[in-house]
Design a protein around this ligand. Structure first.
Ligand SMILES: Cc1cc2nc3c(=O)[nH]c(=O)nc-3n(C[C@H](O)[C@H](O)[C@H](O)COP(=O)(O)OP(=O)(O)OC[C@H]3O[C@@H](n4cnc5c(N)ncnc54)[C@H](O)[C@@H]3O)c2cc1C
Length: 433
């Protein structure tokens, strides 16, 4: 019998399995079941069935409560709601425009994974897609200009992810931006500060932007040079104009768009909606493990002059952490791989199935092998950053990572959960300061 399946699991003996990733069936399922082959007719029909008028076309504001699209002019009695989202922001790197780079849309549309992929941008979209392709056998390199992955989240998140991605075989370059991009018809070359990376595909995931000028918002006196449209707390931009979703620049999340939509609907219907508030926005980066956050980061809170207490709890010490024991083992392996790793922190223990991506040209290594910071820091209630070393000397053991290192307790499950001896101690780093 011959068949195509997502995953083949072969028993090797008691407790052993082998998982062989196969991208084709996954891509086919996304296309057929998630995107309807990139056809939105079901959603259109649902909207029309509720009494809505649907016009397909590039819309533009042409006056107060007035929109033109597909050769028609629509005039609203109550108002217009902007929900046009954002598009990938393509940085002005020489050689990039006009090259056949991928955006997230192309990446999701791919029917097979490329042999090699360079990802520009280590934010949520970049790391999620990087990990997906790496786990399907693509040789992936991430280039992030900031000094860590997920720069908008807590430093620990980027550190953890860097280690996990290293275990997945992903090479991560932080603190480096692409200076030029070339494409010779088959491969991309990305120059980084004196060295060059090469790969079959290039994914641009360097943020997203709203095109306010393209929407014609200047006719209503809206500043079209801004990155997003400003609203009041009832989502109103100006008389007869409301905006919801990514275009408002309040966090590009589906649930944010839904939240704002409910407020705008109430306002347009003449009700008095609860004012929009953004002090506790929840968000998740769907890497494995997921990075979940809510509200301000510690640094944002400090920047606002807020008095704060910082507490940490280690997942491995929770019931769920114990259940995910295998994942913890992988994290420990990641840590070892990083210690042994060369430029960019690739896990040297894991031979790549495909060669070539992100490989620095001989003698011109990208990144500094010593980039991986080694020191640990303490995170304590109301301890100013400069005083944390003192807290460490006082014998407190609740560490957090600074500058890209996974804390030892994340790598080392608590003793009560450790079984069969193992060599956990080999990865337990003593607090250094
Ligand atoms: C790769 C990726 C992964 C994401 N993952 C998550 C996630 O895990 N969780 C989460 O909460 N959010 C996620 N998001 C964000 C989420 O998709 C957005 O926050 C959400 O879709 C915003 O809704 P919106 O209505 O503002 O814009 P969109 O959903 O972008 O919709 C805007 C629509 O307007 C259309 N449009 C634009 N201009 C015009 C015009 N002039 N005339 C007519 N139509 C126009 C566009 O074609 C588009 O169809 C992700 C986004 C991306 C890109």
């Amino acid at each position: 019998m011959t068949g195509v399946v997502d995953v083949v699991v072969v028993g090797l003996g008691p407790g052993d399995t082998v998982v062989r990733p196969d991208y084709g069936p996954v891509a086919a399922r996304i296309r057929a079941e998630a995107t309807d082959n990139w056809d939105d007719q079901v959603a259109v029909d649902r909207f029309v069935a509720k009494g809505g008028l649907f016009v397909r076309g590039e819309a533009r504001i042409t006056g107060p409560r007035q929109v033109s699209a597909a050769g028609e002019t629509l005039v609203a009695r109550r108002g217009v709601v902007l929900a046009t989202g954002t598009a990938p922001a393509v940085p002005p790197v020489p050689g990039l425009a006009g090259s056949p780079y991928w955006t997230n849309r192309d990446a999701v549309e791919a029917k097979e994974p490329p042999a090699s992929l360079i990802v520009l941008g280590g934010g949520a979209i970049g790391v999620e897609l990087a990990q997906v392709f790496a786990r399907f056998g693509t040789e992936v390199t991430i280039v992030e200009a900031a000094d860590r992955l997920l720069p908008l989240e807590e430093p620990e998140a980027g550190s953890l992810l860097a280690e996990v991605l290293a275990a997945d075989g992903v090479t991560v370059h932080t603190g480096l931006g692409a200076s030029t991009v070339g494409h010779d018809g088959a491969r991309f070359t990305v120059a980084l500060n004196g060295c060059a990376l090469s790969a079959e595909r290039l994914l641009v995931a360097t943020g997203r932007r709203a095109d306010l000028a393209g929407l014609g918002l200047d006719v209503l006196g809206v500043d079209t040079s801004a990155a997003s449209v400003s609203t009041d707390d009832a989502m109103q931009v100006t008389d007869g104009l409301w905006a919801v979703g990514d275009i408002t620049g309040r966090g590009a999340f589906t649930h944010m768009a839904m939240y704002q939509s409910a407020i705008a609907v109430a306002a347009i219907l003449g009700e008095r909606p609860t004012p929009a508030a953004y002090h506790a926005v929840p968000r998740v980066t769907f890497a494995d493990p997921e990075i979940g956050s809510v509200g301000l980061t510690e640094q944002q809170a400090r920047d606002q002059g807020l008095r704060l207490r910082v507490g940490t709890a280690q997942l491995p010490s929770s019931a769920r952490g114990w259940i995910h024991q295998d994942r913890q083992r992988r994290l420990r392996q990641a840590r070892r791989g990083c210690r042994a790793g060369g430029a960019g922190g690739r896990d040297q223990r894991r031979p790549s199935r495909r060669r070539g991506a992100g490989r620095a040209r001989p003698g011109r290594a990208c990144g500094d092998p010593d980039r991986h910071p080694t020191d640990h820091d303490l995170r304590l209630p109301d301890v100013p950053p400069g005083d944390r070393g003192r807290a460490d000397r006082d014998g407190l053991t609740c560490g957090h990572v600074r500058d890209g290192r996974l804390p030892p307790h994340v790598l080392t499950p608590p003793a009560v959960h450790r079984r069969g001896g193992g060599d956990d101690h080999s990865v337990r780093a003593a607090p250094t300061r």
